[in-house]
Design a protein around this ligand. Structure first.
Ligand code: NAD
Length: 434
């Protein structure tokens, strides 16, 4: 089939490339000219393992094209995916900013040519697909189209695998014709028995928010349990194992840490709360999840302060990891963006290392010094704070690290190390919930 993807960011680029890999002919569209000209040369603007190879292969095979012109891409398409950003509104009220989605709908409407399915892949508040439908109908009354909701569940860092081996494909479609197109698009995955759930538009939109809110709930839950573990002398890593082995609970998303971040959980939990409020329906659990997450980041600042002593002025703290999780360069709502400014306000000097996020972190945290090497970053430090669980930080040469530091204080916000071994090496070691 011929597909157009509007928005070539983390989701649009991965989706478009993977659809090409499944055999479709795909035009990926973006308004960002520098991004598109780099992609035409197979230069990937994001860090996402396995993506570069697939982009290169599908560009070479002629199934994947990048363009800033949505017109011809939409005219040729059997289905047009909207994969633009839906950040929190700049007003700071938690609502999702839908201006990019509605602009994309306007752009699409002008170029529809024959029956076309418009697929909303962006995470959007319930009711948005119907609004997209209305915008297109008003702008182009003669157009033959259906609007479908097809939320995306890929995880950054594992996005290619998640897209090609999804736990489920959710499609909100209200005509058989549109559902048939969606089944044809996903046919190679349906042949592998990947679950395909057909719902109405509102349900599909709600599945995405409910899924993210539930996962955020698991994280905030284990973080609160971790805080209690610290108070009573229990070990949260073993508690998480102990409860996670219960198949009704499951072990995923039970790692205590500095709080969730990233481009989805923070904004999506906030947007869900606004949707609930507008509909006069309390979501007290999600409210608590958001509050606990903010408190967890503040708690990490206190943990670091307690480790280095009350006088932070002039102390050098080395951060290992800046992105919100490993295997991504995405800095959106990383706990680093809350924790580091609070420490610099208190007079601390921050050195840092991150294997992928250094470039975007430099723009967001201009006050810190970023090193190419983790040991250089730790040189002369009063404390090391392990913030992101990159594999390379779990296999550090600890004796070398210690020898380079001014004082051997190690704050492990991801519980990557064994407290007993750290003590044996001579570190003053702090972790989360142990
Ligand atoms: P992103 O910011 O990385 O990419 C969005 C892209 O859309 C940008 O490149 C921007 O230039 C482009 N764009 C904006 N308006 C456009 C227009 N009118 N025409 C063409 N291009 C346009 O965003 P993302 O992280 O890929 O997220 C996209 C959506 O997917 C969001 O709703 C997000 O919540 C959802 N989502 C994201 C993830 C994730 O892990 N990042 C996972 C699942 C769902």
């Amino acid at each position: 089939m011929n597909l157009a993807i509007i928005g070539t960011g983390y989701v649009g680029l991965v989706s478009g490339t993977c659809f090409a890999e499944l055999g479709h002919r795909v035009h990926c569209v973006d308004t960002d000219e520098s991004k598109i000209s780099a992609l035409k040369k197979a230069q990937i603007p994001i860090y996402e393992p396995g993506l570069h190879e697939l982009v290169e292969k599908n560009l070479h095979d002629g199934r994947l094209e990048f363009t800033t012109e949505s017109g011809s891409a939409v005219q040729d398409a059997d289905a047009v995916f909207i994969a633009v950003g839906t950040p929190s509104s700049r007003r700071g009220d938690g609502y999702a900013d839908l201006s990019y989605v509605y602009q994309a709908a306007e752009d699409i409407s002008k170029n529809l040519n024959g029956y076309t399915v418009i697929v909303d892949k962006s995470t959007v508040p319930i009711g948005t697909a119907r609004n997209v439908c209305r915008i297109i109908r008003e702008s182009n009354p003669g157009a033959d189209f259906d609007v479908v909701s097809n939320p995306e569940f890929l995880r950054e860092g594992a996005a290619v695998n998640d897209f090609l081996k999804p736990d489920r494909i959710i499609v909100g479609a209200e005509t058989q014709r549109a559902a048939d197109v969606m089944e044809a698009i996903y046919k190679p995955l349906l042949l592998e028995q990947r679950p395909f759930l057909l719902t109405n538009l509102e349900t599909a939109e709600m599945v995405k928010y409910a899924a993210n809110a539930f996962l955020a709930t698991k994280i905030s839950f284990i973080n609160e349990i971790a805080n209690l573990c610290e108070a009573v002398g229990a070990n949260v890593v073993d508690v998480a194992k102990g409860i996670g082995l219960d198949t009704r609970i499951g072990k995923a998303f039970l790692q205590a840490g500095p709080g969730y971040g990233g481009s989805c959980f923070p904004k999506d939990t906030r947007a869900l709360l606004r949707i609930a409020q507008e509909n006069g329906c309390a979501l007290r659990i999600v409210e608590a999840v958001v509050e606990v997450n903010e408190a967890q980041k503040a708690r990490m600042v206190n943990k670091i302060r307690n480790a280095i002593g009350p006088d932070t002025i002039g102390k050098t703290i080395c951060f290992l990891g800046l992105s919100y999780k490993q295997e991504t360069d995405d800095m959106r709502e990383s706990p680093a963006l809350t924790i580091i400014p609070r420490l610099t306000e208190m007079g601390a000097k921050i050195n840092a290392h991150d294997p992928a996020a250094a470039k975007s972190a430099k723009e967001l945290l201009p006050e810190i010094t970023i090193f190419d090497n983790e040991y250089e970053a730790a040189c002369g430090a009063d404390a090391v704070v392990l913030l992101t669980e990159w594999n390379q930080y779990g296999t550090l040469d600890l004796r070398k690290l210690k020898s380079m530091m001014k004082t051997p204080v190690f704050v492990d916000l991801r519980n990557l190390y064994d407290p007993k071994k750290m003590k044996e090496i001579g570190f003053e070691y702090y972790s989360v919930g142990r």
